[in-house]
Design a protein around this ligand. Structure first.
Ligand code: CO
Length: 301
């Protein structure tokens, strides 16, 4: 298998000019994976070595470290761990460098893009024993149960931190291609959300309980995430292609629109961004628009 740049769904970025920013936004929104052979922002060698050393920490090491830039909170590592402070610094720096780069590289999104959580994924993806809906190695689109986006898009930036082993993905056709076909063939129905659900969400919010007020769009995306993983027909027969991300590379992709599966690889960093619907340069390719035109229903109110 050749390097990632040979794959059709991948676009290699090798040097860029500010006047190309809109073009890159457009290609991302249409379902391309943008690939950088090297990390296009500051990422220190010593930070990488520190992250790689985490494998020796033993069985108590968590499967997923998450960092929340808005509150500067690190989760997924014991309070008593000697590595905690350093890991916090490394995640904070990765998150802010990634955000700074994206603000410049995707300039048309200025003021309408929000840094969500970052994560460090230290486990080997191949052969993980997870329940079906949590499996990473099945094609799916991303949706967040606790953080509804109400039509906002999920953009993710990844680094393959591993110095010698590639990270291997499988990716499918973009949302505006696969979803209408699927709806026609499978009679997917968007879940109806009765007034009771709306009322409960309202009451929960009043009480300060963490029940997210999901739009019909968010409900549908969660449903679709599970449906795709459950469908052996989609997993086996939908067009997809393998992408090999070499050691030390970086890539970004709208994971709410591009079905993806992590087949193998160990040690990845990831920063998530939420891009508001009004920021998009090709809104007709956005899942919320595709769902509205396919079903004839309003997805967000
Ligand atoms: Co995913």
């Amino acid at each position: 298998m050749e390097a990632a740049s040979q794959a059709l769904s991948v676009l290699e970025v090798a040097g860029y000019a500010p006047d190309q920013a809109r073009w890159y936004c457009d290609h991302l929104e249409q379902g391309k994976v943008l690939f950088f052979r090297h990390v296009p922002f500051e990422f220190l060698e010593e930070d990488r070595n520190f992250l790689l050393s985490q494998k020796q920490t033993g069985s108590r090491f968590h499967k997923n470290i998450s960092y929340r830039p808005a509150t500067d909170v690190l989760k997924g590592i014991d309070g008593g761990s000697p590595d905690r402070e350093r890991l916090h610094r490394v995640m904070r720096s990765f998150s802010s460098e990634a955000a700074r780069f994206v603000a410049k590289f995707l300039a048309p999104y200025a003021g309408k893009i929000k840094a969500d959580f970052a994560s460090f994924r230290p486990l080997e993806e191949q052969g993980r024993d997870l329940p079906l809906h949590k499996r990473n190695d099945l094609l799916h689109v991303d949706a967040f149960p606790t953080r509804p986006t109400r039509g906002g898009r999920i953009l993710r930036v990844f680094i393959n931190v591993n110095p010698s082993v590639p990270r291997v993905w499988n990716v499918g056709e973009p949302f505006h291609i696969f979803l209408p076909k699927l709806m026609q063939a499978q009679r997917l129905a968007p879940p109806h959300r009765g007034p009771a659900g709306k009322f409960l969400a309202h009451v929960a919010a009043q009480l300060g309980l963490p029940v997210p007020d999901r739009s019909r769009y968010d409900e549908f995306m969660l449903y679709l995430h599970d449906w795709l993983k459950e469908s052996s027909d989609f997993q086996k027969n939908s067009p997809s292609q393998e992408i090999v991300f070499p050691p030390g590379c970086c890539w970004m992709v709208y994971t709410d629109g591009v079905p993806h599966a992590a087949l193998s690889g160990q040690f990845a960093l990831e920063q998530t961004f939420i891009v508001l619907p009004e920021a998009l340069v090709s809104p007709q390719a956005a899942p919320v628009h595709v769902l509205e035109s396919t079903t004839g229903m309003r997805m967000v109110n």
